[in-house]
Design a protein around this ligand. Sequence first.
Ligand code: PBG
Length: 329
Amino acid sequence: MITGKFPELRLRRSRKNNWSRRLIEENNLTSNDFILPIFLIDGKNKKQPIKSMPGVYRYTIDKLNFIVDKAIKKKLPMIALFPYTDKKKKNTLGTEALNENNIVCKALQKIKKKYKNEIGVMCDVALDPYTSHGHDGLLKNEYVLNDETIKVLLDQSLLQAQMGCDVLAPSDMMDGRIGEIRKSLDKNGFKMTQILSYAVKYASSYYGPFRDAVGSKNLLKGDKKSYQMDFKNSDEALREVALDIKEGADMVMVKPGLPYLDIIKKVKENFKIPVLAYQVSGEYSLLEHGIKNNLTDKKIILESLMAFKRAGANAIVSYYADRLDQIIE
Ligand code: PBG
């Protein structure tokens, strides 16, 4: 592998000038590499700041076009919708997930009517924004039920597909849900609706600010360790991905992002499938905290994002996706 030796070989030669550094760069980021998450909230005329995520907002449906216009102008290929659900609409079964007038359905219809296929729209398939206990599925004796939860996820998937969702992203980590969702989509005439599986999702403390953003933070009882992965493991991640590919996933996600670069790389090396990384809310909030308090420079954002590309991610879900021009120079 090593060709040549010092002093004939000086690797600093190619680093000396900017033109030369540009010439040999191995990775780069463009707007095509990003997915912008958008938080939705009921009401009118609101662009509501989220305390735990400075610079990120919740939008009411009537204000949605501002942020979607921006995403299209910045040439982002896709947005991801996440609902903040009023406490009054939550219950133990998360039935609001199946309400065809819920805020995600309303947003999907509006976006698809106005923008057609100018931009892809992705939606989570999971019950946590809608359950009063904050878990991603149905609970029995404090345990999240697998097969019973899948039944509800099938209805949620179909509903979102009907409303125009392009990419369904099951984020609940139930076993076997990708295959069941694929079968049900095909049976019901949604052969072209894609599935992005959150195949490797760790039980993580990096999700804290997101749970605040969707209003499930103070509701969550216990933790999600009985369904999300243990961060001590990586072989298990490959088994999860292998299963989801077999079941029909078009793309897979690794989440959180930066602390799991080894997993992104392993998945990419083992499976030739589009791998997405999620730079989650806790990563965002930590970076913002460091920058706001002058502990570090904002160039730290680009450095963090480039690491995803180096590890092999095809795209990155990032709360910075609407502000890339301030990040990528
Ligand atoms: C819900 C979901 C979560 C995130 C995306 N979808 C939180 C969780 O599993 O508790 C986290 C995203 C983020 O932290 O930015 N299934």
